[in-house]
Design a protein around this ligand. Structure first.
Ligand SMILES: COc1ccccc1CNc1ccc(C(N)=O)cn1
Length: 245
C-alpha cells in the first residue's frame, strides 16, 4: 500500500512508522510512505501557508493553494487511483471495521491540518472523507495520520507473523482483549490464574473468551450491544458476572 501524507512536518509520519511492525512492513515493501510539504508549494519568499480567519477569531487557517498544489503533486506521483482522507476532530470516528476497509485500498493520501484547520473550500473540493481518531483536539493531524498508517499497515498481507496476527484477531473480533500473564508464576503482585497453567486448551480458550466478554460488558457495553452473542457466549458472560459477585 502506498500512503502519501501532506503535512507541514512531512517526516513526522515516516519517523513514527520507522519502528516495529510498521518499520518491518516498510523494509518488506508492504508499505510505501511519502511526505509532501505544502510550504514547498507556497507562493512568495515567505512561502505563506496560513492566514487570518475571515469573520475574526483566534488562530490561523491553512490556505487553499499550497495544500491543493501539494495534494495534486502527491496524486500525480503515481498512476494508481487514491482516496484523500482529512484527519480532523470533525471526522467520522475511526473503527477497526473502517480500518479493514481502508487497508484494502491501493493508495491513501492523508491530509494533515495544523492551526485551526483548513479552508473549508479545499475540504469540500479535494477531500473524499474526514476521519477522527477520537473526541479530542491535537496540535495537528500528523499524530492521527500516524495512527491510521499503523492500523492499516498491520492488516497488510505479510505485515504480522502468526502470533501477532492471532493477537490482532482477538482484538478484531469486536470485543476487548482478555488479560495476559507471563513469568514468574508467583509474584508479590499476585499469582497467575490457575487455568492458564493447566495446559487444558479448551478451558483456557473458554476462560479467555469469558474474560473478554466480561471486560467488554463492564468497560464498553456499547461494543457488546453490537455483538450478536451466541448461547455459549451468554453462558460465559453469566458465569463471569457470578464470579464477579
Ligand atoms: C485544532 O486542530 C485541528 C482542527 C481542524 C482540523 C485538524 C486539526 C488538527 N488536529 C487534529 C486532527 C485530528 C484529530 C482527531 N481527533 O482525529 C484531532 N486534532
Amino acid at each position: 500500500m502506498r500512503i502519501d501524507v501532506v503535512s507541514l512536518f512531512p517526516d513526522f509520519i515516516a519517523q513514527c512508522a520507522a519502528f516495529g511492525v510498521t518499520g518491518r512492513a516498510v523494509e518488506r515493501g508492504l508499505l510505501w510512505l511519502h511526505g509532501w510539504n505544502p510550504r514547498d508549494y507556497a507562493e512568495g519568499n515567505y512561502r505563506k501557508v496560513d492566514d487570518r480567519p475571515f469573520g475574526g477569531g483566534p488562530g490561523m487557517v491553512m490556505l487553499i493553494d499550497p495544500l491543493r498544489n501539494a495534494l495534486q503533486a502527491a496524486r500525480q506521483a503515481d498512476p494508481a487511483p487514491s482516496r484523500t482522507i482529512y484527519l480532523s476532530p470533525q471526522g467520522r470516528p475511526l473503527t477497526q471495521s473502517r480500518v479493514r476497509e481502508l487497508a484494502g485500498e491501493q493508495r491513501l493520501v492523508l491530509l494533515c491540518g495544523r492551526y485551526e484547520g483548513i479552508d473549508e473550500r479545499l475540504v469540500a473540493a479535494e477531500v473524499d472523507e474526514e476521519i477522527s481518531i477520537g473526541d479530542y483536539v491535537l496540535s495537528g493531524g500528523e499524530l492521527a495520520a500516524a495512527v491510521l498508517v499503523d492500523a492499516v499497515t498491520r492488516l497488510q498481507e505479510g505485515a504480522l507473523n502468526d502470533a501477532e496476527s492471532a493477537q490482532q484477531d482477538s482484538f478484531g473480533d469486536g470485543l476487548l482483549d482478555c488479560p495476559h500473564y507471563t513469568r514468574p508464576v508467583e509474584h508479590e503482585l499476585g499469582a497467575v490464574p490457575e487455568v492458564l497453567l493447566s495446559g487444558n486448551h479448551a478451558h483456557i480458550a473458554a476462560w479467555r473468551r469469558m474474560q473478554s466478554l466480561g471486560r467488554t460488558s463492564q468497560r464498553r457495553p456499547d461494543l457488546l450491544d453490537e455483538q450478536a452473542l451466541s448461547k455459549a457466549d451468554r453462558k460465559l458472560l453469566e458465569q463471569w458476572r457470578v464470579e464477579q459477585g
